[in-house]
Design a protein. Structure first.
Lengths: 294, 318, 285
């Protein structure tokens, strides 16, 4: 006895294929939906802010008057923040990765640290802000200076660089370190001379990505307390400061009072996005240049 | 031949001698060898200290808060008036705002994210996939403050154009924009789960006369379900913790309402408002900051643990 | 006559099954002229990008026979098999020329619906590939996508197919369990049952026993002998003994060409081409 009716199957086939094709288009539209929003966002920001970008805007101090306001202070603030974040995250991130990959005995402690890092990656950035405010600003009494902000940001992006560094250390082929051990090199000599240089491109890429996150992040700094209008430029890591995202934040919420502030915010967004674009382009160049050398 | 050997032996010996001599005088190497593991251990401990720091600060100040405001009043109170003469600290309006904005975001990011994943993993050619994926990743790399600006100055006015009754600050617009922000995350994690379904399984289904759509919905998605669910849970966690978009575009009304056209405050936005308002240390409102942050922390922690549990526990074997 | 020359290939089958297959072969030879052709391949060429993988293939596959395709790895035998249900198109860079007709329909035409073809032609793969679902859902998958939803009919199809693949007795009490709990040999028979559930005319088998142990291999071979009564079977195998044991006709592929295609007995006892003789006597490959 036949259960499958060939004619019926063929009749169904057309509608099944039609469904397939219709949904394929739907899936495609869904895929480009995000890209369309991205395009609208970028076009909108450029239309609103591009005409406000000029030398004065980039080099002037902050001002309540839109025509005279500039973002030099925020640019310098972002710069000094990086001066703190880069060394701190590199040392802590790479050190942790080396420890976990090469020194820690595989066991409970190692997997505990690993789980802990995964959980830290999921903690909302604003909670880091509260940690920074409580520990660095108040308990250690740094005040709301670059150092406090930078350390907070470093802790925030630490999981990113740890995971990236771990992956690139893991990708260094075993035979390289075995060759080094085979010549009687000690562990640290092998780590320093063989493993780290081979893992460096991956570490740098991860470091740049975590840096872009730190540059664009706003919430922790809001909690730490960055003044809305700060006239003097920061000259070191113990100075009070503002950064580009903070400036965007203040100008955006005040745009209901002074309309031009929205344009200033858009112009600052352009500067921020260009900065992030350059950083990511560097990361891609590094990745491509050093890919698969061994 | 014999002569050559002699020279070789001689050379070898002298290099070995040199190494041996160096070893005697070189204590630095052996010291580094002993000290480095300890240093590296201390560095690795920083991440644990961070966790301890977060939990400790949140916990001690939250306990202080509950000494002043009964814990039941906090978790069951529907009124939040921290600045009034008779302040009330019910957290429900904030939880409500957080959940509603997350639901709106997931209604956007869930379907679009999974459809994107299906397109990239099942339909797109390798070339199309390689072009579209990095472009989507740009979306994930845009700072949230930029999305906040976009929600406030573009999306909200656009919505008000069509629905004038929507308020200038409302929960709908930031929810939608947050959804767009989360799309790449869900798309990329779900796609990973789908591409790890072995091709043999797709071929088995195709050989039975399935269309691609049937392969996707009856074989690939069920096999990748744990990864897809995990991506949703992580997306929700991301939405719950998102701060700047809702702070900018949803305002600070502490309404306990389900009307998405109105302004609502999320837990994150409350933290921004209170800490930015320079709450004097030691005041009840200052401590409320920690109680809200603790609640937020627990919410996201549960979500993250849940995501890990789902993807581990229900990982399909094939 | 055939038995005399058979020792060339080491056959470990029981005497009675051998006897049976020989009488069957004799019978098919007699009515050869009446056999219907299921698949007819004319001047088939196939390229993977620049690589010319199949060259001027001409081959007819007959109804209710087992056709074996043998040859060294890389000779194009799997590629040819996958062309018969157009699974080969899953590789993006594939180009074909020539004609394959399946029951007088030209299947390589772009207008021909592959899904239709694959509904009529089942396939069993090298590695067992059940879906990560229950045994029942694995078998019911095909009928369900083709629109059969009646629970009672589905139950009957599942039982019939599992019986057809002679695995019903082993799994009838655990139909709701995941198919991945079964052994490799059982999984492969589940995959065959899955194929039977849509009642195909042809079953394509791509080295179906290469991932199985000898005992499971034997069971699958016996099953193939059973299935021959109702289905036309094309089997790719790297195992010459297997081809000799179970097939009625054998095609020998080498470097993308059909060197020789004839009745299995002829191929293994009296090959026309010296390359075939070299291969089956183990001088290469």
């Amino acid at each position: 006895m036949k259960y499958v009716d060939t004619n019926q199957v063929q009749k169904n086939m057309n509608s099944r294929l039609l469904k397939n094709n219709v949904l394929k288009s739907v899936f495609f539209l869904a895929t480009i939906f995000g890209l369309i929003v991205l395009a609208v966002l970028i076009i909108r920001v450029i239309m609103q802010g591009a005409s406000w970008i000029n030398m004065d805007f980039l080099t002037n101090k902050l001002s309540t008057s839109p025509d005279r306001a500039g973002i030099m202070g925020a640019i310098l603030g972002t710069f000094w923040l990086m001066v703190v974040v880069i060394p701190v995250t590199l040392i802590l991130g790479v050190g942790t990765a080396i420890y976990l990959e090469l020194y820690a005995r595989k066991g409970r402690f190692q997997s505990f640290v690993q789980t802990n890092i995964a959980n830290l990656a999921g903690v909302p950035s604003i909670v880091y802000g509260i940690l920074g405010m409580t520990i660095f600003v108040r308990a250690l009494d740094f005040g709301n200076v670059v150092l406090a902000g930078g350390l907070t940001m470093s802790l925030l992006v630490l999981p990113i660089i740890i995971v990236a560094a771990q992956e690139s250390i893991r990708a260094v082929p075993q035979h390289l370190s075995e060759a080094s051990y085979g010549m009687g090199a000690t562990k640290w000599q092998t780590v320093k001379n063989i493993i780290l240089p081979a893992a460096l491109p991956g570490i740098l890429t991860g470091s740049i990505l975590s840096l872009s996150r730190a540059i664009g992040e706003t919430a922790p700094l809001v909690v730490i307390g960055i003044p809305a209008l700060l006239i003097p430029f920061p000259g070191g890591i113990m100075d009070r400061f503002t950064v580009l995202p903070m400036q965007i934040y203040y100008w955006t919420i005040d745009s209901s009072l002074v309309e031009e502030y929205a344009n200033l915010a858009a112009a600052t967004i352009i500067v921020l996005l260009v900065l992030l674009f350059l950083l990511n382009a560097t990361a891609i160049v590094i990745r491509n240049k050093f890919q698969k050398r061994y | 031949m014999a002569l050559d050997n002699k020279i070789d032996n001689h050379d070898k010996r002298s290099i070995q001698d040199m190494i041996a001599k160096k070893k005697n005088g070189k204590n630095i190497t052996s010291i580094t060898e002993k000290v480095m593991p300890a240093i590296l251990f201390l560095i690795a401990a920083v991440s644990i200290l961070t966790t301890i720091g977060i939990v400790y600060t949140l916990l001690t100040e939250t306990i202080e808060f509950f000494k002043r405001v009964p814990i039941m009043d906090f978790f069951t109170g529907t009124v939040l008036k921290p600045l009034s003469q008779n302040p009330e600290f019910g957290v429900l309006p904030l939880i409500n705002g957080t959940i509603i904005s997350s639901i709106i975001a997931m209604l956007v990011a869930g379907p679009i994210g999974i459809m994107t994943a299906v397109f990239l993993s099942e339909y797109a050619s390798e070339r199309v996939r390689r072009t579209l994926k990095p472009m989507l990743e740009i979306l994930a790399g845009i700072p949230t403050i930029v999305y906040g600006f976009f929600a406030f100055t573009f999306v909200t006015p656009l919505i008000r154009e069509f629905f004038p009754s929507v308020e200038a600050t409302n929960i709908l617009s930031p929810g939608l924009v947050m959804g767009v922000m989360i799309i790449p995350m869900i798309a990329s994690l779900s796609e990973d789960a789908m591409t790890s379904v072995p091709n043999a399984m797709r071929e088995g289904a195709l050989a039975l006369g399935s269309t691609k759509l049937e392969v996707t919905f009856r074989v690939v998605i069920p096999a990748a379900l744990s990864g897809i669910i995990a991506s949703f849970v992580l997306g929700i966690s991301r939405a719950i913790g998102e701060t700047m978009i809702v702070t900018i575009a949803s305002g600070s009304s502490k309404n306990f309402t389900f009307d998405i056209t109105q302004s609502m405050q999320t837990m994150t936005a409350y933290i921004v408002e209170v800490s930015g308002g320079e709450a004097p240390a030691g005041s009840t409102i200052y401590y409320s900051l920690y109680a809200v942050a603790m609640t937020l922390f627990v919410f996201t922690l549960i979500m993250n643990l849940l995501a890990r549990y789902v993807s581990r526990k229900f990982r399909e074997e094939y | 006559m055939a038995t005399l020359t058979k020792p060339k290939v080491n056959i470990k089958n029981h005497a009675n099954t051998e006897q049976k297959s020989i009488t069957e072969t004799a019978a098919t030879t007699k009515q050869n002229m009446n056999k219907k052709i299921v698949y007819d391949t004319k001047d088939l060429n196939l390229w993977y990008g620049e690589t010319h993988a199949l060259k001027d293939i001409n081959l007819s596959i007959y109804e209710k026979e087992v056709t074996a395709i043998i040859g060294p790895s890389g000779c194009g035998k799997s590629t040819y098999l996958k062309t018969l249900n157009r699974m080969v198109e899953l590789v993006p860079s594939v180009k074909t020329s020539g004609v394959i007709t399946y029951k007088d329909k030209s299947i390589l035409d772009k207008s021909f619906k592959v899904e239709d073809l694959r509904t009529r032609v089942g396939m069993v793969f090298q590695k067992p590939n059940p879906f990560p679902k229950s045994i029942y859902d694995n078998i019911a998958y095909g009928p369900k996508i083709h629109g059969i939803r009646n629970k009672k009919i589905l139950d009957e199809i599942v039982e019939k197919s599992l019986r057809g693949a002679s695995i019903w007795d082993e799994v009838k009490d655990r139909l709701k369990e995941n198919a991945y709990g079964l052994s490799g040999g059982q999984q492969q028979r589940i995959c065959i049952a899955r194929c039977l559930a849509i009642e195909p005319d042809v079953i394509l088998m791509d080295e179906p026993t290469s991932a199985l142990d000898p005992k499971s291999t034997l069971r699958v071979e016996e099953l193939i002998q059973e299935l021959k009564k109702d289905y036309s079977i094309v089997i790719v195998t790297h195992n010459m003994q297997q081809a000799a044991r179970i097939s009625d006709r054998t095609a020998f592929f080498l470097n993308g060409e059909v060197v020789e295609y004839d009745e299995t007995d002829t191929i293994f006892t009296n090959p026309a081409d010296s390359r075939t003789e070299d291969y089956i006597s183990g001088r290469f490959g």
